[in-house]
Ligand binder design. Structure first.
Ligand code: CP
Length: 315
């Protein structure tokens, strides 16, 4: 694996999941791979899980790790080409990425969408500029449109919990949120689920259709109760609208995941990438119940990052 920006960078998902499970059972087995190598972890946005799990994964593989938060610590980055930099940006991404690449063997970067332009966000300019100018492998720590390390952790969790001999029914459900959120987690989850052996149903209120590029062959319905019937896994996330881009069209509290909703499922597991707003996205009763697997899911972020870094270091 050269870079890790989406499921399209993965040659064999089953092998990647098996690598993750092997590393989970023996975290230091491949410590020799990263000896003498450095990972730079760059955040343009906040993080808890990605920040800690990626550092832990890199260290387990023997790498040295440097973390830099651009918000507040780095120079303000200019991302547009050909501009006169007489405003608030002191450093262009071309130099910043190239310089960081001199110090690192692998770079991880988190860059959320700006929501100024759908075209610009969906072109993934910041992530692609790092790939273009850094000169070393780049791992997405959540980009404008995708969160592949999260999706891999989600697949590992489903693999661990799925019932033997049954193709799982997996439901991706929108839930309300007071702020405008990216489509990245939902896009990425749908994209990965389209590549594995599950029945995928996506449910959301009218107007919240995801980009068809990521919906793939999923069944889509605006009837959440219908979607939840017999679900084995309920993956919940808010996202803002794709068309028109980045709007909040609904705050309908009836889309919150409650015990009554989970009772419609096949003893389904509740999944969420975290952080989650209690009693907005999901009720306390569900989040604190045995059906919630969010902590196991977050724990698997370490093994998804480990598996990806292992395959990059093996190149
Ligand atoms: N799920 C996830 O990416 O969490 P953080 O934003 O805290 O890293």
């Amino acid at each position: 694996m050269k870079h890790f920006t989406s499921v399209k960078d993965v040659e064999n998902i089953d092998k990647l999941v098996q690598d993750a499970l092997e590393l989970k059972s023996d975290p230091l087995k491949y410590q020799h791979l990263g000896t003498g190598k450095t990972m730079g972890i760059i955040f343009l946005n906040p993080s808890l899980r990605t920040r800690l799990s990626t550092q832990k994964a890199a260290r387990n593989l023997g790498m040295d790790v440097m973390v830099m938060n651009f918000t507040g610590e780095g120079w303000n980055l200019e991302t547009q080409d050909g501009v006169i930099m007489d405003g608030g940006s002191q450093e262009h991404i071309k130099e910043a990425a190239a310089v960081i690449g001199q110090y690192c063997d692998v770079i991880g970067i988190r860059s959320f969408p700006s929501f100024e332009s759908r075209e610009e966000d969906y072109n993934e300019k910041i992530l692609n500029d790092f790939i273009k100018y850094a000169g070393c492998p780049v791992v997405s720590l959540e980009s404008a449109t995708l969160h592949p390390l999260q999706s891999l952790a989600d697949i590992i969790t489903i693999e661990e919990l799925k019932k033997e001999g049954k193709k799982p029914k997996v439901v991706l459900s929108w839930a309300p949120h007071p702020r405008r959120l990216p489509q990245a987690v939902a896009n990425s989850f749908a994209q990965w689920m389209n590549e594995v052996d599950v029945d995928l149903v996506i449910t959301h209120p009218e107007g919240y259709d995801l980009s068809p590029e990521f919906v793939g062959h999923a069944e889509v319905t605006n009837n959440q109760d219908e979607a939840l019937k017999d679900a084995d896994f309920v993956y919940v996330k808010n996202w803002s609208t794709y068309e028109p881009y980045g709007e909040i069209k609904s705050q309908d509290a009836s889309w919150q995941i409650t015990k009554e909703k989970m009772d419609l499922t096949n003893d389904g597991k509740f999944m969420h990438c975290l952080p989650v707003r209690r009693n907005v996205i999901v009720s306390d009763e569900v989040l604190d119940s045995d059906s919630s697997v969010v902590i196991q899911e977050a724990g698997n972020r370490e093994w998804s990052a480990s598996a990806v870094l292992k395959q990059i270091l093996e190149q």
